[in-house]
Design a protein around this ligand. Structure first.
Ligand code: PNS
Length: 159
């Protein structure tokens, strides 16, 4: 069984994340999408809300499950016997950010990181920008699943 983990903050999940999840799910027998907390980012949704949105968005992918994790991603991978970590790359900045993490994770336990290039049409989409644009009333309806869009509007007092 080749099992991979796709970790992230997913605050909230975007269509960019879902493109990576969908394509990665075709590469591995099982893909576990894992929500963690990036200590350096402020968050809009709590961990349970992020899990619910992800579960709903991934419901049509039979070999994808969604779990939360705390602590190190390498420990989570070891606990569930995952051989690889999958990360999407939108461009050079993502690469600069992700490469040391991939190297550190390989150093810690030998787990491999597989980088999947983001679809060219989604390269500008990030949770951070989606939240910022939505906060000031911009239209992000095409960038996140409809259920996530509804929750964003509610959370920002625009529903
Ligand atoms: O979507 P993000 O913010 O890039 O997700 C980052 C996340 C949560 C996947 C990353 O910060 C992470 O793996 N955190 C767990 C703690 C950890 O293992 N840190 C060391 C990484 S080398």
């Amino acid at each position: 069984m080749t099992r991979a983990v796709c970790p992230g903050s997913f605050d909230p999940v975007t269509n960019g994340h879902l493109d990576i999840i969908r394509r990665a799910s075709a590469l591995f027998e099982e893909l576990v999408v894992a929500t963690g907390t990036n200590a350096s980012k402020s968050r809009l949704f709590d961990p349970e809300e992020r899990l619910e949105m992800l579960r709903e968005a991934c419901a049509d992918l039979p070999n994808v499950s969604v779990r939360g994790f705390t602590g190190l991603i390498v420990d989570f991978c070891r606990d569930i016997d995952a051989q690889a970590i999958v990360k999407g790359l939108r461009g050079g900045n993502d690469y600069e950010y992700e490469l040391p993490m991939a190297q550190m994770n390989a150093h810690l336990t030998g787990v491999e990181t597989v980088f999947v290039p983001t679809d060219a049409s989604l390269g500008y989409v990030s949770s951070t920008l989606v939240k910022e644009v939505a906060t000031f009333g911009g239209d992000v309806s095409g960038l996140v699943p409809p259920a996530v869009h509804r929750r964003l509007q509610e959370r920002l007092g625009r529903a």
